[in-house]
Design a protein around this ligand. Sequence first.
Ligand SMILES: [Zn+2]
Length: 269
Amino acid sequence: MAAFVILLVLLVITAFVFTGIIALWVYRDAKERGDRGWMWVSIILLSSPILGGLLYLIARREERYPCRFCGWMINKTANYCEHCGKQFPVCEPGSGYLEDLPLNERKNDSKRRNRNRRFLMAMILSAVMMAASLVGLIVVAVNSGDADIGIDWNTGWVMMKTESTWDNVWTFRYNKASEGYHVDSRLKVENPQTQQLAVDLSFGEGQEMLMKISQQREDGQTIEQEVYLDSSSQTRYFDLDQFKDGKIKISIYNNGVSDVSGKVTVLDK
Ligand SMILES: [Zn+2]
């Protein structure tokens, strides 16, 4: 449980860091391109860093720099200034396009590249940490307490089902279900010698229903008890001597019956 909480906190922190890094990068990049930084930060916070970041990259403005003649901000790839009309590049033969860029712009360019590289590293690092804590969380969740008692996935269908497990009382009700469909719950047993399982189960005309009670022991083996139940208005009791204190899993399988309702709990004898 402690590991679960620690990993969950770690996941939340790394997710915040990841979002923060992307938001900061987008903010600075947008500002440099004369775009609305806060608008993009809001989009990232409202959607998600990945979706918002992608949207930004798609809508990202072209890089701009001041015209060397009049200072008007023009697109880096523009071949003339929209403001003063001067043509670019205005270079003599042999001088490259870059020479049209003011010297400090070129310096800024390499600074920007370095900054982008640092941001990318931080982004990857936080994404890896986020993924690692998520994987850790899943591993811990699957291997801990409740989840390890024989996972038996339901593949069938069910109609109009209501179900709840509250205060160690499990109730369920459904109209119809496919053959083999099962409802499951886990109940807590404090003293298997003095307590028993109380089962109320009723359903419409049809076959008996199979109930399985199981518990996983510390050595990994599973203790399992199977009982067939017919529809009854009376409460039936089952001893729990063969189990130990802790949680037991109860599964009740459909066998072509309908209008099923049940209430299962652990009571003192
Ligand atoms: Zn100009």
